[in-house]
Design a protein around this ligand. Structure first.
Ligand SMILES: Cc1cc2nc3c(=O)[nH]c(=O)nc-3n(C[C@H](O)[C@H](O)[C@H](O)COP(=O)(O)OP(=O)(O)OC[C@H]3O[C@@H](n4cnc5c(N)ncnc54)[C@H](O)[C@@H]3O)c2cc1C
Length: 422
């Protein structure tokens, strides 16, 4: 009997899952496993945990939903806590399965996990959750252009988005395979209180992700005016709000793309439908940038290797975190983040610029805080965007500072957003 471990990482779905498809094609039985690595949840260099209560809550819901979906297909998810190489080796010995199938991830620590697993087991990596697959790019990853526009111009015409893979009807696992549900203390503790001012009630897992996609495209048809509304600060449908489900892999980027194509076939293409794909290309760009630059994405001098700037003053940092800097537009955004685990893209750009250019802090303090708070945290998007704003990443223009008063005038002209979060 040929058995393989299917190592779920941040791919909380069975559809369009290349690792699952490959495991089923090559083996008679599959053992679905998810490993929570405590190194990625414990304390940051600045004291607070890497995974705060909102992200923990969203992850927990997503893992439970993945388990439920696996059970509906005749299998179950086995959740373990520890270092992936150790945990997978233990399972491989107990269940007699040396091959491990998994989705490829590009951030440094995830690559380190892969290298450690590949030293002890037969690890087979499959398509990442990107719009474009690395093998379809017109250049090798180490020759990825440094600037987004050059990347987009090269890939837009040449690299097709692959068709979707179907979810299997049944997943065969050993009769004695019971799985293990995610337990209360597997992830960081801390409870959350729902805030009625939140832009949306985000629920983890695939069903909720599909519902959001369906609502944004077909229910509200808000996709049709995305380009005009995407910078607005209040209102659930001003932007897609799909990032938390993309970050956990409850949705694949290719699924969103193909849904947009179906929408265009029915309601017509316009600048807005194009622009959602454009933003998904930004997402790809940061994934591939992480692959190209390895550890430099997380170092103070950034991928550009710039001199160190900023200090670690706790007082200024804590004022920023808690929304008490005295700058109303910055504080409103930081309060929204603190109360919900969410902030708009416009808000993120402004508060990041403020931390770096106005408060004079080390940009990594902000990146760690976002990692702790954001329910859509993705290492490539978060650290890549922070580097960009801090002027140590892919931005061809250096020291791009947002003037918060001017930004508030443009995006919150009557002060409704600041009042909402006062
Ligand atoms: C300092 C900073 C940190 C950020 N950290 C994260 C993060 O941890 N996780 C994350 O998913 N996004 C991050 N972003 C990018 C962006 O702010 C969010 O993706 C976006 O706000 C999510 O809202 P939405 O789903 O409504 O986006 P939409 O405007 O509807 O865009 C559609 C999708 O495109 C992708 N996207 C859009 N803008 C970007 C971008 N600048 N970079 C990468 N992908 C993008 C997202 O997957 C998003 O869901 C960060 C941006 C900044 C400035």
């Amino acid at each position: 009997m040929s058995r393989a471990i299917l190592w779920f990482r941040n791919d909380q779905r069975l559809a369009d899952n290349a690792a699952l498809t490959a495991a089923l094609a090559a083996h008679e039985e599959v053992l679905p496993v998810l490993i929570i690595d405590p190194r990625q949840h414990g304390p940051t260099p600045f004291g607070f945990d890497r995974c705060g209560p909102y992200r923990t809550h969203f992850l927990r819901e997503g893992i439970a939903a993945l388990d439920a979906e696996l059970r509906s297909k005749g299998s179950a998810l086995h959740v373990r806590v520890g270092e992936p190489a150790t945990e997978l080796t233990h399972l491989a010995q107990v269940w007699g399965a040396r091959v491990v199938h998994a989705q490829q991830l590009y951030a440094w620590e995830e690559q380190e996990q892969e290298r450690a697993v590949a030293r002890v087991l037969d690890l087979r990596l499959h398509a990442p959750n990107t719009l474009l697959l690395p093998g379809d790019l017109p250049f090798p990853l180490h020759q990825l252009p440094h600037v987004f526009t050059a990347f987009r111009q090269k890939v837009e015409k040449l690299s097709p988005v692959r068709p979707l893979l179907r979810a299997p009807a049944h997943i065969p696992s050993p009769a004695t395979w019971k799985g293990r549900a995610v337990a209360e203390n597997d992830l960081c503790s801390g409870s959350i209180v729902g805030d009625h001012r939140a832009v949306l009630r985000f629920t983890g897992g695939r069903i909720a992700g599909l519902e959001r996609l369906d609502h944004y495209l077909w229910g509200s048809r808000a996709l049709g005016h995305y380009k005009e509304t995407r910078n607005a600060l209040l209102g659930a449908d001003n932007s897609s709000k799909l990032s938390p489900w993309l970050a956990t892999g409850a949705l694949s980027a290719r699924e969103v793309w193909h849904a947009v194509k179906r929408y265009e076939a029915e309601h017509g293409a316009n600048e807005s439908t194009y622009w959602l794909g454009f933003e998904l290309l930004w997402r790809d760009f940061f994934q591939f940038t992480a692959a190209k630059h390895d550890r430099d994405l997380f170092l103070r001098g950034g991928i550009a290797g710039k001199p160190r700037r900023g200090d670690h003053d706790r007082r200024r940092f804590e004022a920023w975190c808690s929304g008490r800097t005295g700058q109303p537009f910055i504080d409103a955004n930081m309060r929204e983040l603190a109360a919900t685990g969410w902030m708009s893209n416009r808000g993120r750009q402004n508060v990041a610029s403020y931390l770096v250019h106005d408060l004079g802090l080390d940009w990594r303090m902000g990146a760690w805080w976002f990692e702790h708070m954001l329910i859509d945290h993705d290492p490539c998007s978060n650290w890549g965007n922070w580097q960009y704003v801090a002027g140590v990443g892919n931005d061809p223009r250096e020291g791009r500072r947002f003037d918060p008063e001017r930004q508030a005038g443009m995006y919150d002209a009557v002060g409704a957003y600041v009042r909402h979060w006062s």
